[in-house]
Design a protein around this ligand. Structure first.
Ligand code: AKB
Length: 324
């Protein structure tokens, strides 16, 4: 007797990555194969488009277990997490969600033979990490609660693979840029906010210094990274978890110069947020992603000019409908 293929569950499906990853996974594997889940419900006018949808609080193991059984889940893309700036404001909530949620997911994966994707971040690095071309395997002493949960999450995923044979895989994302869902509470959010401000007002007040260099990635590349890594040949994976990945690298000043090629009147001023500046200063300037390239053929498609051109075009179309 043949069994239907097991489904994919996406936690945090209404967040910045999840809201696009669900659609990308459905495009590849079929609508019914991918169950979106979140602690929020989709707005009523959009709810039908999100089916199948499961209400899941990731800190509640019973709810995760019920969703896994009900939908015959075989793989979880576990995205529910607080981002860096909001995690610094609410460190206890961040520990509970980022660590408690992951622990519950891994336990259920162990009991049910599931594969798990876990997104780590450039936030997993900190003081003492080489700032340029940060190696795959290096010093990780983050000074933020977000970073602590990301390093601990990387280690926990490695542990569940080595000790229990759970198929855990993951990447370290840089700042993610998208025209679909806004980020919420990250240090790299300026690189999305700037586009909305450029189109709506022709000017932007940036909370990071003009010369703060960070790695970034356009969302289509971030989705490919997650999907391709989970589909990769396991025998080639030396690292499995926490692969450095990057798409491009710039400062607010350089991003402004690129936007000005399309909107010459655009202006930027700086009003530094000391908390987010401190977080950004503790992160690397650029990552070495050669392990991902070697082990599962990672290769981003978008550089800075291609990303800026598409962001302005897509957002201009979107905002002309929402802000007529
Ligand atoms: C954040 O800024 O918190 C995230 C990240 C780099 O992990 N975008």
């Amino acid at each position: 007797m043949s069994h239907p293929p097991r489904r994919i569950l996406v936690t945090g499906a209404l967040g910045q990555i999840g809201s696009e990853l669900v659609h990308a996974l459905r495009a590849r594997y079929g609508q019914d194969r991918v169950v979106a889940s979140d602690i929020r419900y989709a707005p009523p006018e959009a709810a039908a488009g999100w089916e199948p949808f499961a209400y899941v609080d990731c800190t509640n193991a019973v709810q995760i277990q019920e969703a896994v059984r009900r939908w015959n889940v075989g793989t979880i893309f576990h995205l529910a997490s607080l981002l860096s700036a909001v995690a610094e404001e609410k460190p206890h909530v961040a520990w509970n969600l980022n660590m408690g949620g992951l622990y519950g997911i891994l336990e259920i994966a162990r009991e049910n033979g599931l594969a798990v994707f876990f997104p780590s971040s450039i936030g997993a690095f900190g003081r003492g990490t080489p700032a340029e071309h940060t190696p795959q395997d290096t010093i990780q002493r983050p000074t933020t609660m977000y970073g602590v949960t990301k390093v601990a999450g990387e280690l926990l995923c490695d542990y569940y693979h080595q000790r229990f044979g759970v198929d855990t895989r993951g990447v370290r994302y840089p700042g993610l840029i998208s025209h679909t869902a806004p980020p919420g509470g990250g240090t790299t959010d300026y690189a999305v906010d700037i586009f909305y401000a450029a189109i709506r007002h022709g000017k932007y007040t940036c909370f990071l210094q003009a010369d703060t260099r960070l790695d970034m990635m356009y969302m289509p590349d971030a989705l490919d990274a997650a999907i391709d890594l989970m589909a990769a040949d396991a025998t080639r994976l030396v690292h499995r978890n926490a692969f450095n990945v990057t798409g491009m690298n710039f400062t607010p000043d350089e991003l402004t110069a690129e936007i000005r090629k399309h909107l010459p009147q655009f202006t930027i001023e700086y009003q530094i947020d000391p908390v987010r500046q401190g977080i950004a200063d503790s992160w690397p300037d650029s990552l070495d992603d050669s392990a991902a390239r070697q082990e599962w053929d990672w290769s981003p498609k978008y550089d800075l000019p291609a990303m800026v051109e598409e962001m302005l075009r897509e957002l201009d179309a979107k905002l002309s409908v929402s802000d007529p």
